[in-house]
Design a protein around this ligand. Structure first.
Ligand SMILES: C[S@@+](CC[C@H](N)C(=O)[O-])C[C@H]1O[C@@H](n2cnc3c(N)ncnc32)[C@H](O)[C@@H]1O
Length: 266
């Protein structure tokens, strides 16, 4: 660890503190403070204590740590869902993926990591303030130069045909941008929508059916992590859990032929 790196300190209750290490910097806690220099000398994976004996473990923040702690304009896609979106999109290094809206850049960070330095992420965001926040959050954590932010409404975008290996949508009305996506998404590849409400899922599928858009509904799912408190003899599910975040709808782009124009719900 060195100056300029992110550091994450975790106290004995599991509370985390995320900050950048700076020359002359000090981490202040209600029971004492610690110099950044001392944190660097101790190093990640070790422990450090304030003069008052308050002990912390030192870590490099994971992407999950960063997304949960980073400044936000819009609520980021929850990490458990962002990771699953990458899996449902079947992303691999070198692929090109489209997303909207960028929001705070949470999902952007996951997509950029999944496609790697040789891949590309095109991220649309209609609100300038959100776009700037997403750009800053990406640059502050991990930027391989593989993300292109575009300010604008994805519904108005003219995208190159058959140019994306996947599309991820985290916006209120994904059905309003489907006409832009259909020609841009490669045949047999996936669109995944992140939708907090079941009513949105139903509207999306109804719209696809009504407009006869060439998608197969592969599945709709929720990602549930049930964390446990294990400190023998205590061993039970934690009383506080992450509750509902959103539904993930996975749709596969199919060829639009005369025999196959309708959405087939599996
Ligand atoms: C919930 S936020 C996305 C959060 C983001 N996934 C993240 O992890 O930080 C939804 C964003 O979509 C943007 N948005 C809504 N409709 C849009 C559209 N048609 N085109 C582009 N951006 C849109 C909103 O401005 C908002 O910032």
């Amino acid at each position: 660890m060195t100056y300029g790196d992110w550091a994450l300190l975790q106290d004995r209750r599991g509370r985390v503190y995320l900050f950048r290490l700076q020359p002359g910097g000090i981490f202040n806690y209600h029971r004492g403070s610690i110099r950044h220099e001392a944190i660097i000398q101790a190093g990640a994976g070790r422990f450090i204590a304030t003069p008052q004996g308050e002990r912390f473990s030192i870590h490099r923040p994971t992407l999950e740590d960063y997304v949960l702690q980073m400044p936000r304009e819009a609520t980021p896609t929850y990490p458990k869902d962002a990771a699953t979106i990458c899996f449902l999109l079947d992303l691999a290094p070198g692929m090109r993926v489209l997303e909207a809206g960028a929001g705070s850049g949470g999902l952007t960070l996951y997509l950029a990591r999944a496609v790697g330095p040789t891949g590309q992420v095109w991220s649309y965001e209609s609100r300038l303030r959100h776009l700037e926040r997403a750009r800053r959050n990406l640059g502050e954590y991990e930027d391989w130069g593989n993300v292109t932010f575009v300010q604008g409404d994805l519904a108005q975008a003219e995208l190159p045909p058959s140019s994306f290996d996947g599309v991820a949508l985290d916006l209120m009305e994904p059905w309003s941008v489907l006409h832009s996506i259909v020609p841009a998404l490669k045949i047999d590849r996936f669109l995944v929508c992140y939708l907090p409400n079941l009513t949105q899922v139903v509207t999306l599928l109804e719209q696809i059916k009504t407009l006869q858009l060439p998608f197969l509904h592969e599945r709709t799912l929720e990602v549930q992590h049930r964390e446990w408190d294990i400190r023998p003899p205590i061993a039970h599910p934690k009383f506080q859990q992450v509750g509902h975040t959103a539904f993930l709808v996975q749709l596969r782009r199919i060829e639009h032929t005369q025999q196959n124009t309708l959405l087939e719900v599996r």
